[in-house]
Design a protein around this ligand. Structure first.
Ligand code: PEP
Length: 251
């Protein structure tokens, strides 16, 4: 059984003061949450330390929004795995479509970041997904296969999360249908199976991300190859995010 992981990506939002206000509302809403799911928040780097203190005795785990492949060095504006570990961070998002687009991140760089994360004991959340143009040209499968093959090269699937995030769904309100998202996540699992075998494919957790809201979460989470969600906009509202996290599979 794969444990679903629901992660909130705060992107470039939330000061330390805003994070404190958020947690004052959010943490009490998680009190009766079933233990069958992992909850993760990825604050901006400046708020990680404050959020780490606030979530100490809760079920919330921390992610970074990126990680460099070196432990230290002359890499202005980057953050190292050891710096994150010092604050109890457990996950690291890599390959999100925004750094892919704005900073031309390549699959090779993303793979370096993810390998370094694993080497240091962090769980990479490797984002993949096609653009609207690629989808319309019928290239989605080929694009995602390339991102998975190159981005996941030599990674341990047991200590890994893949997030399928179609770019056309991110921040647009256009959520993928559960059937479409399931088909792509199954395809991603099949690529892992082809490259690394059955055990690897069965253990890798695959999230869906792209305009997930409380109303769409249960049907997405019900799909057999979707093991959680990566949530952007809706994770900025503590009540909305708590409702997504509290999805029920039946009833
Ligand atoms: C994201 O950026 O990872 C994301 C899924 O954003 P949103 O939920 O706002 O579409």
């Amino acid at each position: 059984m794969r444990k679903p992981v629901i992660a909130g990506n705060w992107k470039m939002h939330m000061t330390c003061a805003q994070s404190r206000d958020y947690m004052a509302t959010f943490l009490p809403l998680l009190e009766n949450l079933p233990e069958d799911r992992d909850v993760v928040i990825a604050p901006p780097f400046t708020a990680i330390s404050s959020v780490a203190d606030l979530v100490k005795n809760s079920c919330v785990e921390l992610s970074s929004q990126n990680v460099h492949w070196e432990g230290s060095g002359a890499f202005t504006a980057e953050i190292s795995p050891t710096m994150l570990l010092e604050h109890g961070v457990r996950y690291a998002i890599v390959g999100h479509s925004e750094p892919r687009k704005y900073f031309s991140e390549s699959d090779e760089q993303i793979n370096h970041r993810a390998r370094s994360a694993q080497k240091h004991g962090l769980i990479p959340i490797v984002c993949v997904g096609e653009s609207d143009e690629q989808r319309n040209r019928g290239e989605a499968e080929r694009v995602i296969r390339r991102q998975v093959e190159q981005g996941l090269e030599t990674l341990d699937p047991k200590k890994l999360v893949v997030a399928y995030e179609p770019i056309w769904a991110i921040g647009t309100g256009r959520v993928a249908t559960p059937e479409d998202a399931q088909a792509v996540c199954l395809g991603i699992r099949q690529v892992v199976r082809d490259d690394s075998g059955n055990a690897a494919a069965d253990s890798v957790r695959i999230q869906y991300g792209g305009s997930v809201k409380p109303v769409s979460a249960p049907d997405l989470m019900r799909q057999p190859d979707i093991d959680g969600a990566l949530v952007g906009g809706a994770s900025l509202d503590p009540e909305e995010f708590a409702r997504i996290i509290a999805y029920r599979l039946v009833g």
